[in-house]
Ligand binder design. Structure first.
Ligand code: PLP
Length: 396
């Protein structure tokens, strides 16, 4: 008799987002005249930049004529795109070769698939609060998980310790949900730790482009020894508005060897088995992101999100509320005022000012009592939300 994977029963249901949706809909049913401002979602609001749109149109036309038509693409990605991304890494000061870059349909896909490189017996360490995918994919694979808590005491940036000892270490910087970022020496400590204990770091760099300060590494490969212990997963979703278009990239260094096996070769082999490559059209669109005009245009969009972040930071600063993120990150992670729980603060904001964010509870137990705002919203709505928040918190 067929046995389904019983570990699906261990996954938490989508309680967080379902409850946010239900509470917001119920409020609107009772108060149809009110304008609810949704400042929680991590999806972008600005369209793709012109350089990408033009490249996509040209690529569609290519597919209409036999002379320019493309069928299956290489499983590991188009050579020109891999080369362009290697150039992007070189600009950051990271020596990553074209062969080490694997084009994906987005970070989410690879965060799941990459686990096929590791035995089920491996122990996993997740820094919490965490992006839920790290936990869920490992629950499904049946791995044991160490939940490494973080908090105000370490600015949500825990450093290596005996409790963090595991085979697979998840790090995300700039972090979702906290917006916290590791500086160079802190990240170097994790790299040294991983090399010392023979672990592999899965470094999620989905928000690297939001980094502004010089001492914050954009890529883990700017650190000594990272090519011997780290896999970096990146995405154009937030960098260039590809959430609905879908394209990412993963770096598996050639020097990454564990148990006598070359993880780079294993990942190449995995790609040959698990995918027939990313669409020609999308890879052409992605290539445009790495042209000088593409880079200039995406920076223009990023400035809009940065201005959104500045509005929220101003409101929280004025109220003297503890928060992190916003500066090198599109997320702000605030402590709920007056000891409120995340859900109490959610209800309070909805009832009083019709602003919706995300209670920190959804990202692990140590997220309780915190609240996440996203700065990916429409600028007018964000300004209005920050204004309402500022007035509400000033009255307290
Ligand atoms: N990693 C983090 C930390 C994220 O926040 C997200 C999306 O929100 C992803 C990965 C997934 O990105 P993608 O859209 O490329 O699948």
């Amino acid at each position: 008799m067929l046995k389904p994977n019983p570990r699906y029963r261990e996954l938490k249901d989508s309680y967080l987002f379902n409850t946010i949706y239900r509470k917001t809909s119920e409020y609107l049913e009772k108060n149809p005249e009110k304008q609810v401002l949704r400042m929680g979602v991590g999806d972008v609001s600005l369209p793709l930049c012109d350089a990408v749109i033009e490249a996509l149109h040209r690529a569609v036309d290519d597919q209409s004529a036999a002379a320019t038509f493309h069928g299956y693409m290489p499983e590991c990605g188009d050579a020109a795109l891999r080369k362009a991304i290697a150039g992007y890494y070189a600009q950051m000061g990271a020596a990553v070769s074209e062969q080490e870059i694997f084009i994906s349909s987005g970070a989410c896909d690879d965060l799941g698939d990459i686990l096929e490189l590791f035995d089920q017996e491996n122990m996993v360490m997740v820094v919490e609060p965490a992006y839920p995918e790290y936990v869920d994919t490992n629950i499904l694979a049946g791995r044991k998980i160490i939940h490494l808590s973080s908090g105000i005491e370490n600015d949500f940036l825990p450093l290596p310790s005996a409790q963090a000892k595991a085979d697979i270490l998840y790090l995300c910087s700039p972090n979702n949900p906290t917006g916290a970022v590791y500086n160079r020496s802190q990240l170097q400590a994790w790299v040294d730790f991983a090399n010392e204990i023979g672990a592999v770091i899965l470094f999620d760099a989905a928000y690297e482009i939001f980094i502004e300060e010089p001492d914050i590494p954009h890529s883990i490969y700017t650190l000594r020894g990272a090519d011997r212990c780290a896999i970096e997963i990146c995405s154009l979703s937030k960098t260039a508005g590809f959430t609905g278009t879908r394209l990412g990239y993963t770096v598996v260094p050639q020097n990454l060897i564990r148990g006598g096996m070359h993880l780079h070769e294993m990942w190449s082999r995995n790609r040959e088995t698990r995918t027939n490559g990313v669409s020609y059209i999308l890879q052409k669109g992605a290539l445009a992101v790495f042209t000088p005009e593409g880079q200039q245009q995406i920076q223009k969009n990023l400035r809009v999100y940065k201005e959104n972040a500045a509005c929220f930071m101003k409101a929280l600063d004025a109220a003297g509320i503890w928060y992190c993120g916003g500066k090198n990150s599109p997320y702000l992670w605030m402590k709920c005022p007056d000891g409120m729980s995340g859900w109490t603060f959610f209800d309070y904001l909805l009832q009083k000012i019709q602003v919706v964010g995300i209670p920190g509870d959804g990202f692990g137990d140590c997220g309780k009592g915190y609240f996440r705002f996203s700065t990916f919203g429409n600028p007018e709505e964000t300004r209005e939300a920050a204004d309402r928040l500022c007035k509400l918190l000033a009255k307290e």
